[in-house]
Design a protein around this ligand. Structure first.
Ligand code: SF4
Length: 138
């Protein structure tokens, strides 16, 4: 598992360097949506979530979704180093983002916002995971 990362943009891809063990492991992730597109995607997802009554997924469902994302079949999971995360997510062990052009959300196995994986009504843009059973409302 990649825990400590540095990221660089090169040739329209993002290089991810794992510095956890001192060894450099590099993976290539497609360059995803820019900040404006990410914000627009998040705002749209949040609006539909609220309209549906803000249904909340169980912690088990969140962890299952995150496990799929970490091994994303579409290669869209990009680890995010702490200094590039929202303040609420800085202390989490591992946080990523989805680089699909329809997404761009932060991904992590907790209920701490922003937490798209904790919203029961959400689906993976590439259909790798679907809606979860709602356990309560946020
Ligand atoms: S939301 Fe879907 S496409 Fe994005 S990283 Fe997770 S599994 Fe991959």
């Amino acid at each position: 598992m990649i825990k400590t990362v540095k990221t660089f943009e090169r040739d329209n891809h993002i290089l991810v360097v794992d510095t956890t063990s001192g060894e450099r492991v590099v993976t290539h992730v497609p360059k995803g949506p820019g900040l404006a597109r990410r914000m627009a995607n998040y705002t749209k997802a949040k609006a539909s979530h609220v309209v549906r009554g803000s249904p909340k997924a169980s912690l088990e469902a969140i962890k299952k979704r995150f496990a799929i994302c970490q091994r994303c079949p579409s290669g869209n999971f990009l680890p995010v180093e702490p200094k590039k995360r929202p303040a609420s997510l800085i202390d989490l062990e591992i946080v990523g983002t989805c680089n699909d052009m329809q997404c761009g959300c932060f991904l992590h196995p907790t209920e701490i916002e922003p937490a798209k994986l904790a919203w029961a009504d959400q689906e993976c843009p590439e259909k790798h995971w679907g809606k979860a059973v709602s356990v309560s409302k946020n």
